[in-house]
Design a protein around this ligand. Structure first.
Ligand SMILES: Nc1ncnc2c1ncn2[C@@H]1O[C@H](COP(=O)(O)OP(=O)(O)OP(=O)(O)O)[C@@H](O)[C@H]1O
Ligand SMILES: [Mn+2]
Length: 525
């Protein structure tokens, strides 16, 4: 059977591309400007947005404003290279009252109005895609895993006994599903409690990776990956460091777990913060290799270096005050040497991890077309999960998504596990648009994800307020500084703006962008 084609156009062909652009250009100008003259109709198109909370100014929004000085039609027919941008503003301009100076970067009110209008446009597309049977993703699924939960995987492998102990850990592991690690947050509250309070009985250095992390065993069944405080959230990484030199941060792992949960992905394992006593919790439970790296600093504090590739020396010593050090504990997934075996995949949009080289996606605008021909990105859910991951990573400014893992037994119709967020929330003041490249190149988003983003953007509380409330449950609260929280609000608007651009490009076929999967949510186990 031939593979379905995703595009009717070959985006890499300059001749067809130009033709296509001209057609779209004319269409959008007509539509954009027509819509301007129909205020009553416009009013009925959008779903309600909450005016109570002003969205934050978005980087670059003032540029948009500047572009629409002068008669719109003239600008769009100007034929210059900037016409594309100007055309996009056709969609935005109607939200701005004519007497408000759009080119004033300090004007918060018009910026808010513009952004709220963005949502209205998105909402309209969202409502138009109620039936997306023509979508390439609507074809019958291949390689569907027969398992609904990890319990069934274990049972099929004759190992159910491991999951029948009734502990919080067994419940967590048994309830893991192909698309999420937990269906109901209550299923992991017990695990969080254990991570916060259970006695540590063993600590050793974990192999692999670049920076120090410890493998921790708790009394009972629990196991966790420990990342220590290196920097707190007010300390930015050295601007001369590349992303691959950034310090792993304990609070980043914790905040990213809460963010993943808030977004409704449920693909990050539970992570909790905890103040450890370096002597009683770690050194006294350490193997020889780890114990040998402990020392007392000149200031009289208990420190360790550990041994690893980056930052495991006395100039980067991990020191308690005098013995206590905050750290993150990521609750372990089932053992990966049995039914919990995981596959590791190279992320298609991974960075080059080089000072000089560009990654393929940075050189080829049609890179997504190529990826769409490769399994498992050629159908099914994986590509949409990559878009979800871009949403998650952009909000948290995580540039370090080099690989991802899935459970082998769940097959390709399963979601990536959001593991390793240690380098997220590294900078509060900058947003890295390149993290959104999967979305901007592919112009794809899962409908449920878009709905969640819109709900968060329009809801009575901002995403940052919700994230902050969620983080209050952590023993180390507060974890994120206000600029980091503000950045999440700002970035949410950045994602919606990127999606709106996509929708403009596919304005005649929004269901090419917003993909509805007909997957029934599993019941909590
Ligand atoms: N909660 C968890 N349960 C099971 N395994 C885990 C968990 N967290 C991390 N791991 C495993 O440990 C590995 C290393 O963890 P992590 O990626 O966070 O460390 P890292 O030092 O940042 O690695 P790298 O330097 O390669 O990015 C992961 O790839 C994963 O296989
Ligand atoms: Mn890492």
């Amino acid at each position: 059977m031939p593979r379905p084609r995703y595009f009717v156009f070959d985006m890499r062909s300059p001749v067809r591309m130009r033709h296509y652009q001209d057609l779209i250009k004319l269409f959008l100008i007509a539509v954009g400007c027509l819509r301007q003259s129909l205020p009553a109709e416009r009013e009925t198109l959008g779903l309600p947005v909450s005016p109570g909370r002003a969205p934050p100014p978005r980087a670059g929004s003032e540029e948009r404003g500047r572009l629409i000085e002068g008669p719109l039609v003239q600008l769009c027919f100007g034929g210059d290279d900037g016409c594309m941008l100007k055309r996009i503003t056709c969609w935005i301009v109607e939200a701005a009252p004519p007497d408000v100076p759009l080119n004033d970067p300090g004007a918060a009110a018009p910026a808010a109005a513009r952004i709220q209008k963005d949502y209205k446009v998105l909402w309209r597309y969202y409502r138009m895609t109620g039936n997306v049977s023509e979508s390439p993703y609507a074809r019958p699924k291949q390689s569907v895993s027969p398992y609904r939960t990890m319990r069934e995987v274990f049972a099929a492998n004759g190992s159910e006994v491991e999951l029948d102990t009734g502990t919080v850990w067994a419940k967590f592991h048994a309830g893991i599903q192909p698309y999420q690690l937990y269906a109901d947050t209550r299923a992991i509250d017990g695990v969080i409690k254990d991570l916060q309070t259970a006695a540590i009985v063993r600590a050793e250095m974990k192999d692999g990776g670049t920076q120090l992390k410890l493998f921790i065993e708790f009394e009972g069944e629990g196991r966790a990956l420990f990342k220590p405080l290196r920097l707190n959230s007010t300390q930015e990484d050295n601007p001369n460091h590349f992303y691959f030199n950034y310090f792993e941060r304990h609070y980043s792992e914790i905040a990213a777990y809460h963010l993943d949960r808030l977004l409704g992905f449920h693909r990050a394992p539970p992570v909790a913060g905890r103040l450890v006593n370096l002597i009683t919790d770690i050194r006294n439970k350490a193997d020889d290799n780890l114990r040998d790296t402990f020392y007392i600093s000149p200031a009289g504090n208990i420190c360790l270096t550990g041994s690893c590739k980056y930052y495991c020396d006395t100039s980067h010593g991990l020191c308690g005050a005098p013995e206590n050090l905050p750290a993150s504990f990521s609750g372990f997934l089932p053992e990966d040497d049995g039914p919990g075996l995981r596959m590791t995949w190279r992320h298609p949009w991974r960075r080059s991890y080089s000072r000089t080289k560009l990654a393929p996606w940075e050189m080829d605008k049609g890179y997504c077309d190529l990826i769409k021909t490769i399994e498992p990105y050629d159908g099914g859910r994986r590509m949409l999960d990559i878009m979800d991951m871009a949403v998650f990573d952009y909000l948290s400014n995580n540039l370090d998504r080099h690989h991802y893992e899935t459970f082998y037994e769940f097959g390709n119709e399963s979601s990536p596990i959001h593991l390793d967020q240690g380098r997220s929330f590294n900078k509060a003041t900058t947003d890295d648009e390149t993290i959104l490249t999967p979305i901007s190149q592919c112009c794809l988003i899962r409908r449920a994800t878009l709905k969640r983003l819109l709900d968060l953007a329009n809801g009575p509380q901002s995403i940052s307020q919700l994230l902050d409330s969620s983080l209050r449950n952590d023993l180390l609260y507060p974890l994120l500084s206000q600029p980091h929280l503000d950045a999440v609000d700002r970035r949410l608007h950045g994602i919606l703006a990127t999606l709106e651009k996509c929708l403009e490009s596919y304005s005649t076929n929004p269901s090419r962008v917003i993909i509805q999967e007909d997957i029934k949510a599993f019941q909590p186990v």
